[in-house]
Design a protein. Structure first.
Length: 286
């Protein structure tokens, strides 16, 4: 007798969902966001949310149609199990997982010749987790913060590296054992993003480091996507900045990837909460 597989519970295909954009601030007002708790009397974030219903296309089955130079995102499939199995200890992640990420970037970004990983973030769905999914459309880095990262981390080599091509790429993966169902990641093609939609935000870290991220204003011309049912052997490359995107005639429209977690209204109520890690890297060359 034939055995019928149980139906999949993973939502697939196009979906209309709420994404949280940002109202552009008044002239002269600087956006500010505190990574951890803000000082007494100050808000976590001084910007106003602008929730909108957006239709997202599912790129499952056509992953190869998208790439970093045009869209600022890329899917890499078929990755072997990581030497890091717990993803609980920062030192162990750096020792075991970072080398795998470095190799992945060098193998999948043509012409890249040097990688420097500067941090990572674990996101958990468990109560009390230090970081959880972020439900605001944003870009992790800007031109200002990308150059600052190079100067902060690359020492005496910084000036020479800044004369060549440099990028910041996040490597994002699910840590769930099965296909991801809850709070998937949405990402908008860089080629559909108008620079006027990008709102600089001062990003204040504990310890005093100040970077710059960007919030995103809604524009109906933006094209938004997601990858349904991500599995542990898949990686998303999210390109936050690409210096070639600033050079006339380069042909690069990538380097400004807006992204956000979203609630898929089709997700079953008892779906496992999303667990994920993103590793942030400076990528140099060619």
């Amino acid at each position: 007798m034939a055995i019928t597989a149980p139906p999949s519970t993973v939502p697939r295909g196009p979906v209309t969902a709420k994404l949280n954009f940002t109202v552009p601030p008044a002239a002269g007002v600087k956006g500010v966001n505190y990574v951890d708790a803000p000082p007494p009397g100050e808000p976590q974030r001084n910007l106003t949310a602008d929730p909108r219903e957006v239709t997202l296309a599912d790129i499952r089955g056509r992953e190869v149609e998208f790439g970093l130079d045009r869209d600022a995102f890329q899917v890499v499939r078929g990755q072997p199990p990581s030497a890091e199995t717990e993803f609980a200890d920062d030192a162990s992640i750096a020792a075991r997982y970072y080398p795998e990420v470095e190799r992945l970037l060098l193998d999948n970004i043509p012409g890249s010749n040097r990688v420097f990983i500067f941090d990572h973030t674990l996101r958990r769905a468990t109560p009390g987790a230090r970081r959880s999914a972020v439900f605001n459309a944003h870009i992790d880095q800007t031109e200002y913060s990308a150059e600052k990262r190079v100067r902060s981390h690359m020492g005496a080599d910084a000036d020479a590296l800044l004369r060549g091509r440099y990028r910041i790429v996040n490597v994002w993966r699910t840590l769930n054992k099965g296909p991801l169902e809850s709070n998937p990641l949405a990402f908008g093609s860089s080629s559909s993003l108008d620079q006027r939609d990008v709102i600089p935000v001062e990003h204040r870290y504990p310890g005093g480091y100040v970077g710059e991220t960007a919030a995103i204003a809604y524009n109906p011309h933006q094209r938004w996507y997601y990858l349904s049912g991500m599995t542990p052997d898949e990686r998303l490359l999210l390109e936050c900045f690409d210096s070639d995107g600033l050079r006339d005639g380069s042909g690069v429209t990538g380097g400004r990837l807006p992204h956000t977690a979203f609630i898929d209204p089709r997700t079953r109520p008892d779906a496992e909460g999303r667990e994920s890690i993103e590793v942030r890297a400076l990528v140099f060359g060619p």
